[in-house]
Design a protein around this ligand. Structure first.
Ligand SMILES: NC(=O)CC[C@H](N)C(=O)O
Length: 200
């Protein structure tokens, strides 16, 4: 096994990137912000944080990062997207802003703000077979749901009404909720384990 410390980038155009930097360095990775193509080229894995996907989309295009991000995803860079980050990774978007684009990679359709104003923000304990131990206390903030899971993607778990809120496909992992806002970082650990396995 390699003893290389993985270098994890957090896309830092907008949103709660600082929390992800903290989680990743707490888990033993070297955590760095990514705002430029050269920074993207130096990382072993990338987190796309929560925030506002339409703003992230505009900024990634105006910073010239959208193309390099798509290329990195296609080349197999491990990427974990939370909330707005999941939207960025979805091939198809429902209730997007006019002209809103995604990077894509996950064969899913996500609906933005899918829980509606009544449930703008809520928390639920969800069991994930991919994780050992207790259910995850999932925090949702104006969260998307995965409304259609295409044949290339795999659902990982759902809220109590059956709507899918976590998905994976090859090098990509996405959750509708925000593990970085809790002390349960098993999704970050799962992601980091995959990055390490790829480096070994
Ligand atoms: N917490 C979040 O990331 C919210 C996502 C936001 N509603 C969006 O559409 O991008």
């Amino acid at each position: 096994m390699s003893d290389t410390t993985p270098r994890i980038g957090v896309l830092a155009l907008q949103g709660d990137f600082r929390e992800h930097l903290h989680v990743m360095s707490s888990l033993g990775a070297e955590a760095v912000t990514v705002r430029r193509e050269q920074e993207l080229a130096s990382v072993d894995g990338l987190i796309i944080p929560g925030g506002e996907s339409s703003v992230m989309d505009k900024l990634s295009r105006s910073f010239g990062l959208a193309g390099p991000l798509k290329a990195a995803i296609a080349a197999g860079l491990p990427v974990y997207g939370t909330c707005a980050g999941l939207i960025m990774l979805a091939d198809r978007i429902l209730d997007g802003m006019a002209d809103q684009q995604t990077l894509g990679g996950l064969d899913v359709a996500v609906r933005r703000n899918a829980f509606g104003s009544q449930r703008d923000s809520f928390e639920e304990d969800i069991a994930f077979p991919a994780l050992d131990g207790d259910p995850v206390h999932a925090v949702f903030i104006r969260a998307p749901v995965v409304e259609e899971v295409g044949p290339a993607a795999t659902p990982l778990g759902a809220v109590s009404d059956g709507r899918v809120v976590a998905v994976e496909q090859g090098n990509l992992l996405g959750t509708s909720f925000h593990p970085e806002m809790t002390n349960d970082w098993r999704f970050h650990q799962l992601f980091l384990d995959r990055v390490r396995a790829r480096l070994a």
